[in-house]
Design a protein around this ligand. Structure first.
Ligand code: ADP
Length: 384
């Protein structure tokens, strides 16, 4: 078979390219340096509704809504400088006047001698994607509003209930002090129980107030060295660590991350305190570290606090993160209100992360994991 000439090879390549352009679902159009449409594929016909006969020779502005003229000028100027504009989210107009959300890529086209002769434009319809994005956004806003309302409600209720409660507390205290000789032992015991219960109610209201306040105040997100955070907490907990003879082992240096230092410190503190607290005997080691290959969040830094304590039953793994949920009698394991883990969950959720617990079962220790997702850099777009 005779060797093909350079001309034949070029012609074949040309035919191949033309068929690619013609069969593409995306709309691919050519534009001259004067802003006139020069080529129009089937995808463009389907998307915009114009036949090639109707549109070729017309200004490219036919497809552009007036509010996007300024943007088009910038794209055009870039093209004239020989620069490409890639993946620009914008709007185009169809023949029947509908606005389409599209992704636009504009590449300069040169002739064989390298002279700029115009541009090719690939226009990808993203209307469906934008619709889904819009409804997701609306849903997220509604959810945010309803969470905000719940926080406001919890804040007002807990705040306003504190005042009558204080009245009850002081009056039962007066009764105990001023009327002690008029009450028998049973009466005094009942009154003391009343004082204790109202103190507990005050603590619960304080916790609820704090929990709702977390949702009402802005976070202060900064680069934070988690090693410093842990050192501060261990300093604060040093007495209780010594008393309980607990050794805290930092498995590896922790990274510096973008987070609200105070709130993330609170998460570590709650989890370390629980690790020390929920332990019967012989559990004197708490490990702190992070992994990057946890199946629940592969590739992310997953921080953990592991203890050798009483462990958690599989069926309670979700319940423990609910506010005021305790798995034990009120005063067992040093007592508590059951709000620490709910606060941790709220803080981690505010950071866009997840928190969960794992345990091999009762008596076999527990590990609490959480993530603090870091902002990924945004794709490059034109400055408009
Ligand atoms: P509190 O400690 O005040 O009860 P938390 O919200 O911190 O409140 O914890 C909720 C419940 O989860 C605890 O009452 C306990 O039953 C369980 N829990 C928390 N941490 C651990 C742990 N490290 N090991 C076993 N159980 C735990």
């Amino acid at each position: 078979m005779a060797a093909r000439t350079r001309f034949e090879i070029e012609q074949e390549a040309q035919a191949f390219l033309s068929s690619l352009v013609e069969s593409s679902d995306d709309s691919i159009i050519g534009e001259s340096l004067g802003g006139i449409i020069t080529t129009w594929n089937k995808g463009a016909e389907k998307l915009f509704g114009y036949t090639p006969e109707e549109i070729i020779g017309q200004p490219v502005r036919t497809l552009i809504p007036p509010d996007k003229y300024a943007e088009e000028e910038i794209i055009f100027a870039r093209m004239r400088r020989g620069e490409r504009s890639q993946h620009i989210e914008t709007v185009r107009l169809t023949k029947d006047g509908r606005r389409l959300d599209v992704l636009l890529t504009v590449s300069p086209v040169r002739d064989k001698k390298g002279r700029l002769i115009g541009a090719s434009k690939i226009i990808h319809d993203i209307t469906d994607r934008k619709e889904v994005e819009k409804s997701l956004l609306a849903y997220a806003h509604a959810l945010q509003r309803s969470n905000q309302e719940l926080d406001d409600f919890a804040y007002i209720v807990s705040h306003d209930l504190k005042e009558p409660l204080r009245g009850l507390q002081s009056f039962s205290q007066f009764l105990l002090e001023d009327y002690a000789d008029k009450l028998d032992d049973e009466g005094k015991r009942k009154l003391r129980t009343m004082v204790d219960l109202s103190k507990r109610l005050e603590t619960l209201l304080d916790n609820l107030l704090y929990y709702s306040r977390l949702g009402r105040t802005e976070m202060a997100v900064l680069q934070t060295d988690l090693n410093d955070v842990i050192q501060d907490i261990l300093g604060m907990l040093s007495i209780s660590l010594k008393e309980k003879n607990v050794v805290v082992e930092i498995i590896q240096p922790l990274p510096t991350v973008q987070c609200d230092r105070v709130r993330i410190g609170e998460v570590f503190q709650n989890l370390i305190t629980n690790a020390i607290k929920y332990c019967d005997k012989g559990c004197n080691r708490v490990q702190i570290g992070y992994v990057t290959d946890h199946p629940r969040a592969p590739g992310e830094n997953v921080f953990y606090i592991r203890d050798q304590g009483i462990g958690i039953n599989e069926k309670d793994m979700d319940a423990i993160f609910k506010i005021f949920k305790r798995l034990h009698p009120r005063d067992a394991y040093g007592g508590g209100t059951g709000s620490g883990l709910a606060i941790c969950k709220k803080i981690i959720t505010q950071h866009g992360g997840e928190i969960w617990a794992e345990s091999l079962g009762e008596g076999k220790g527990a590990t609490f994991f959480f993530t603090i997702p870091q902002q990924k850099s945004k794709p490059l777009t034109l400055p408009f």
